[in-house]
Design a protein around this ligand. Structure first.
Ligand code: GLU
Length: 299
């Protein structure tokens, strides 16, 4: 159960890769998986995989097992059993119950269109209305509003204060758990100390930090990897149907991913086995070689 009252000391190093099974792994997700794996292993840490399958309408059938197979063929082996968010319903409900008990949540009937009309930032309209839960979203009372944090790669990140202070959604109107709820509860549940992921999640980090604070729990250390974008400026993403990486011949993509991460692999490493490439990469891993950029254009 998530502890709402204790500040826990950090475990040594526990990292994770948390893909959503909305598509197969592409070069951008390989880079993220590889960076979080190498950072964990270089620091003698534990590396976990969590499948973020809380949004069934956006899921691609069979993607979870294909993602796991791809990770294995790239030599990225996880240390504990894979956690599926679809199995975490009880713990999300318990957390919501505890928050409700502390009067830290409320039901909200406002639509996106209504909020847009009001300037795009939700003005806590339903906080005092005491609405019933049916067909309404659940929002978190956010009096913390953390709007700055220090990212290991990107340096000091400062967000919009108004956005940071917004009461954000924990459960959607359609009854599905929101990403912010699931990600924070599971990072606590799995005792995650270090999060290495893509820069597309820099902004949501601020809300997550506020949520950790409200739950009176230590937050992980964050490192955000530059996002791989196409020459036209599009992010490689599952939704954009970025090509899946090759499971049969992982070496070329592994070497490209290491170069992308600034790791300068020697020329002849590409002729080695996946195991040897990964071994070299763990030994030589240096986070500070990653460019401090939020995006990198790849051909
Ligand atoms: N599930 C998210 C994604 O696939 C990543 C969440 C995270 O790393 O916090 O984009």
């Amino acid at each position: 159960m998530v502890n709402l009252d204790d500040k826990r000391p950090h475990a040594l190093y526990r990292g994770r890769f948390a893909p959503s099974p909305s598509g197969l792994l592409h070069f951008g997700s390989l880079v993220t998986a590889l960076a979080s794996y190498l950072d964990a292993k270089h620091n003698n840490g534990t590396w976990l995989v969590r499948i973020e399958d809380i949004d069934p309408p956006r899921e691609l059938a069979g993607a979870s097992s294909k993602i796991l197979k791809t990770l294995e063929s790239y030599g990225l082996h996880w240390d504990e059993s894979v956690l599926y968010q679809s199995q975490q319903t009880d713990i999300y409900q318990q957390t919501l119950k505890q928050l409700a008990h502390k009067q830290l949540t409320y039901n909200c009937q406002c639509t996106r269109a209504q909020i847009k009309k009001l300037g795009g930032i939700y003005p806590s309209t339903c906080r005092s209305l005491n609405l019933p839960p049916l067909n309404n979203a659940i929002r978190l009372i956010n009096k913390v509003g953390i709007f700055k944090f220090n990212d290991t790669i990107q340096g000091l990140i400062t967000g919009d204060k108004k956005v940071a202070e917004e009461d954000f959604i924990l459960v959607r109107k359609d009854g599905l758990f929101a990403y912010q709820l699931a990600v924070v509860v599971d990072d606590i549940f799995q005792n995650i100390t270090h999060v290495v992921r893509g820069c597309d999640l820099l902004e949501p980090t601020l809300r997550q930090l506020s949520f950790f604070e409200i739950l009176k729990t230590n937050s992980p250390i964050y490192s955000h990897i530059p996002l791989a974008v196409t020459p036209a400026g599009y992010k490689l993403s599952k939704q954009n149907k970025a090509p899946a990486i090759n499971n049969q011949k992982p070496q070329p993509a592994l070497i490209s991913a290491l170069r992308y991460l600034g790791q300068n692999p020697p020329e002849d490493l590409r002729f080695e086995s996946v195991e040897n490439i990964i071994k070299w990469a763990i030994t030589h891993w240096c986070m500070s070689k990653i460019t401090q950029k939020q995006q990198i254009v790849i051909q």
